[in-house]
Ligand binder design. Structure first.
Ligand code: ATP
Ligand code: MG
Length: 293
């Protein structure tokens, strides 16, 4: 029967088939992303967790760093993060090595998480008086990556531009901005771009906006299409072809301590995140190839 639902299912199944055929290789060096947007609720955590899970699913070793005191990424990855868990707070403030806090997600041995706890809420203030306060995360992560092979590090940032986010910006080389396909989507973006430029100039010359992912896309509204077109016009190089649809499965998954990939791997949201992951991995290879590496 040719109904919209039947068409959608056929489309999903052909996209799934296409995904099962892709063979992705990963660069020798770790790629370090920070998922940032000072706007709240635009899909940063959802994107960090699901991209990480999708990358792990295609064979990458992935470390998610939960840098948000809310601890939503830790919850979604099913790792322990109660008040007495040694966490990213201890790395930043108490010089605890990364290796001591990293936990494996029950989802996959390829998927690691450096959890956040409620103590991180105080870190924003405590960092102020620390030596090299902007580089605490970078230093600790560099030491960890000397001993552990990780293909992707994905840092989930809080919705602010404080010292925690600055630590993420100095530790990463790529910024991934999720943009919600809704009204006011671009509001605040110029402030974010300005911050990235400031960091580039003063703290981390390697940092660049490599990736924009359109999220919570509702194909039924003209507005979503308009926002998507506008973002693509401004950032033709950075916006991924893959777009994440608004989907109940995506929003339900965290309450089961799972990514949408584990919760319902054949849903539209899971497939979209898997496509985005493949695109990101392939873009890395393209860049390496262009540079003659
Ligand atoms: P914060 O700024 O508070 O850290 P955030 O930017 O990390 O927020 P999320 O927590 O990822 O945003 O998402 C905000 C809300 O939107 C959550 O309830 C999440 O489940 C929901 N959400 C995110 N992406 C989707 C999607 N594709 N479809 C449906 N709901 C979604
Ligand atoms: Mg979040």
């Amino acid at each position: 029967m040719d109904t919209p639902l039947a068409r959608e299912l056929a489309d999903l199944s052909s996209r799934r088939k296409a995904l099962s055929k892709v063979d992705v290789r990963f660069d020798d060096e770790s790629r370090i992303f920070t998922v940032s947007n000072q706007k709240g609720g635009v899909g940063k955590t959802t994107t960090a967790v699901n991209l990480a899970s999708a990358l792990a699913d295609i064979g990458a070793k992935v470390l998610v760093i939960d840098l948000d005191p809310q601890g939503n990424a830790s919850t979604a990855l099913g790792v322990t993060h109660s008040a007495d868990t040694v966490s990213i707070y201890d790395v930043l403030i108490n010089d605890v090595p990364f290796a001591d806090i990293v936990q494996e997600s029950p989802e996959s041995p390829n998927l690691l998480c450096a959890p956040s706890t409620i103590h991180l809420a105080g870190a924003e203030i405590e960092l102020v008086s620390q030596v090299a306060r902007e580089f605490r995360l970078r230093r600790a992560l560099e030491l960890y990556l000397k001993d552990y092979a990780v293909d992707f590090v994905i840092i989930d940032c809080p919705p602010s531009l404080g010292l925690l986010t600055i630590n993420a910006f100095t530790a990463a080389s790529e910024v991934l901005i999720p943009i919600q396909c809704e009204y006011y989507a671009l509001e605040g973006l110029s402030q974010l771009l300005g911050s990235i430029q400031m960091i580039q100039k003063h703290l981390n010359p390697e940092l660049h906006l490599s990736t924009i992912l359109l999220t919570m896309y509702d194909a039924r509204t003209r507005l979503a299409q308009q926002v998507a077109d506008e973002v693509r016009t401004h950032f033709p190089e950075q916006v991924l072809e893959s777009v994440i649809p608004r989907s109940v499965r995506v929003s339900e998954a965290p309450s089961f301590g799972q990514s949408v990939i584990a919760y319902d791997g054949t849903s539209a949201g899971a497939i979209a995140y898997r496509e985005a992951a493949v695109e990101i991995a392939q873009r890395g290879q393209r860049t390496a190839h262009e540079q003659g590496a």
